[in-house]
Design a protein around this ligand. Sequence first.
Ligand code: ATP
Ligand code: MG
Length: 261
Amino acid sequence: MDGRTFFRAFRSGGGSGGMSELVRLDNVSKVYQGGITGALNNMSVSVEKGEFTAIMGPSGSGKSTMLNLVAGLDRPSSGTVAVGGTNLGNLGESALARFRRDHIGFVFQFFYLLPNLTALENVLIPAQLKGNDANVRGRELMEQLGIPDVADRYPARLSGGQQQRVALARALINNPTLLLADEPTGALDTKTGDQVMELLGQLHRDGQTILLVTHDAKLATRHAARVISVMDGKIVDDARLESPERAPSEVIRVRGEEASR
Ligand SMILES: Nc1ncnc2c1ncn2[C@@H]1O[C@H](COP(=O)(O)OP(=O)(O)OP(=O)(O)O)[C@@H](O)[C@H]1O
Ligand SMILES: [Mg+2]
């Protein structure tokens, strides 16, 4: 189902509690050890399968915390996080690790490739954790992402954009239910960042559910169909965009200067 079809389906099917709900946060709070105020404060939100959602907000507003909880990398202090109907709070550590391996692809601002493995070897790590030989798929993915020629190179010899595409291929190798991206263009120049966002848009059109944290209102509104604004660990706005290319000022309640602090 392409983005547009999905959007209509979503509209007519109503919001929360729909059949295709993929992520659900119910009254989620997170207080880090030593933290004075909560990083997340009683946050509730649901994300449908197939959605491309951007999360925006000032530095320290809780965006990464939110993503890490959805990824099962961390646990909430209270409230529940469910992905695909599974309450992550019910999973022990090894079940949670399996959940991440099987359902989550994560892309970070600084790529985090292993320096002593080639690009292709990096891409294959999550598949190897599953015991799968994914060599062919790995090369196909690299081809699809426009980097077939760097398969045998080491990360140090790749540009930032190439490294991020390797990281994206690694995130996708196990066909994740959910792709999470925390400022994936934050360390890239504008042109390279645009290319990476184009790739995310393409993946979304092919049906991938994506949760993206970004500081860039322009990129968010160009590619995502929904923009959630977060401040002080709370959702202060949740806008679904009818059409792409809507003026960022129409949908972003958190101003750019605040967001990029
Ligand atoms: N591991 C941690 N231990 C203690 N406090 C933390 C930890 N991680 C985040 N925090 C605090 O929680 C709050 C939310 O942080 P978070 O990283 O989620 O913000 P963010 O919106 O991703 O910010 P940025 O845009 O700078 O990446 C901040 O006040 C931060 O200092
Ligand atoms: Mg962050």
